[in-house]
Design a protein around this ligand. Structure first.
Ligand code: GLV
Ligand code: GLV
Length: 322
């Protein structure tokens, strides 16, 4: 019997690829850059199962290109790059990779939070550039986290993990904004559900953990930034377009808030003009899930999502509910 064909849009860690290769014919797009639309179309037409990345826009034209496509397996927890509704209308399941990158992203969120409040990257540059001329009482003063309030926007797996680390590790207080109330979580961590405006007004650090959907686009804009304390920091490891980046640059330039630490951008990989010129920002290139552990586990889940759809004897760990 002919093996089912899997098209992978770019090389990913090998765990899932090795698994797929045991049961399927696997073609991996050979170039280590974002695949062109033309190459993507050709790959989709060829395959039974597509393994794609968050940088691949899987729109109607891609989905329509192969009426026999069996599954779209996204190598990411977020799936805003895929027209999931259209895929569902064609009865094509979409897979994602939740859970296994929660720790990586939560740790990275904390790394950003510590870096911006302790001015780590600024201090690193200062020291490396030879500007350190001796201990000084007013040199590069930062902020402490203990006893401060963390505002978590979106209390899903990642938001909850960040909140737990904040309470257990840093003795911070937690406010959260979420559709659902989480009574068990509230009790365990003495956390409180509040409106977004209350969260913005009261928090010393605001961290974003919502998915990108129409209702979260520009959730944090000029008006919301204006509610934040002058001494507050904003951290984003979710999706760039949730923050109005231009408004954020203005707020940072005007010292309306103290600082921001970002892993994601509104128009990746482009940065809004002026963002990279500011001292009060720490920027990483969408690498919050970039640990060997998380990326291998994501590779495995993305592969298993495919095998579960193609073969009765496997089970897909995570198909997106529409
Ligand atoms: C990374 O951004 C992901 O959604 O997995
Ligand atoms: C992601 O896995 C989330 O639900 O926060």
């Amino acid at each position: 019997m002919q093996k089912p064909k899997v098209f992978v849009t770019r090389k990913i860690p090998d765990k899932g690829l090795n698994l797929l290769k045991k049961h399927c014919e696997v073609k991996i797009h050979p170039h280590d850059h974002v695949i062109s639309k033309k190459e993507l179309l050709a790959g989709v037409k060829w395959c039974d199962a597509l393994l794609c990345l968050l940088t691949d826009k899987i729109d109607k034209s891609i989905i329509n290109a192969n009426p026999n496509l069996k599954i779209i397996s996204n190598y990411a927890v977020g799936y805003n790059n895929i027209d999931v509704k259209h895929a569902a209308s064609k009865k094509i399941p979409v897979g994602n990779t939740p859970g296994v990158l929660t720790d990586a992203v939560a740790e990275h969120t904390f790394a950003l939070m510590l870096a911006i409040t302790k001015r780590i990257t600024e201090s690193d540059q200062f020291t490396k550039k030879g500007k350190y001329k001796g201990w000084a009482p007013m040199l590069l003063l930062g902020t402490e986290l203990k006893g401060k309030t963390l505002g978590v926007v979106g209390l899903g797996r990642i938001g909850a993990e960040v909140a737990e680390k904040a309470v257990m590790g840093m003795e911070m207080n937690v406010l959260y904004h979420n559709i659902h109330k989480k009574p068990k979580f509230e009790k365990k961590y003495n956390a409180k559900k509040v409106s977004l405006s209350t969260l913005l007004k009261k928090s010393d650090v605001v961290t974003i953990h919502v998915p990108l959907i129409p209702s979260t686009h520009h959730l944090i804009g000029k008006k919301e930034l204006a509610l934040m304390k002058k001494t507050a920091y904003l951290v984003n490891t979710s999706r760039g377009p949730i923050i109005d980046e231009k408004a954020l640059v203005t707020a940072l330039k005007n010292k309306q808030i103290q600082g921001a630490a970002l892993d994601v951008y509104e128009n990746e990989p482009k940065l809004s003009p002026g963002l990279n010129k500011l001292d009060n920002v720490v920027l990483t290139p969408h690498t919050a899930s970039a640990t060997i552990e998380a990326r291998q586990a994501m590779s495995e889940i993305a592969a298993k999502n495919i095998l579960g759809v193609l073969f009765k004897r496997f089970k897909s760990p995570s198909l997106v509910k529409v």
